[in-house]
Design a protein around this ligand. Structure first.
Ligand code: GSH
Length: 88
């Protein structure tokens, strides 16, 4: 699974510790034209984050990516008592 992000040590430290991810740094604000056009093959909107699953599906909404990862890896889920807040 590949995740394209602007590197943010606070936001992705947990993911970095997991083996089954390839974290790809892509910064739309500093990317060259060539990098931008390569990245648009992943996300035609050119925005980050984007996630490419092992099945080849592509997700480009941050909230959807967070939910997907949280459900895939239970350890990222909040305690049940906070679930309502989490889905807001
Ligand atoms: N709808 C997307 C939008 C994400 C988004 O706007 N990302 C910004 C960085 S925080 C971006 O890639 N901006 C570059 C651009 O708009 O070209 C989401 O919520 O995940």
């Amino acid at each position: 699974m590949a995740i394209f992000v602007i590197m943010n040590p606070h936001g992705i430290s947990e993911l970095k510790a997991m083996d089954d991810f390839e974290l790809v740094e892509y910064n739309p604000y500093t990317a060259t034209e060539e990098e931008r056009s390569e990245y648009k093959k992943v996300n035609p909107h050119g925005t980050v984050p984007a996630l490419v699953t092992s099945e080849g599906d592509i997700m480009i909404e941050g909230a959807a990516i967070c939910l997907y990862l949280a459900q895939l890896y239970e350890k990222l889920l909040p305690d049940l008592q906070y679930e309502a807040q989490y889905y807001k």
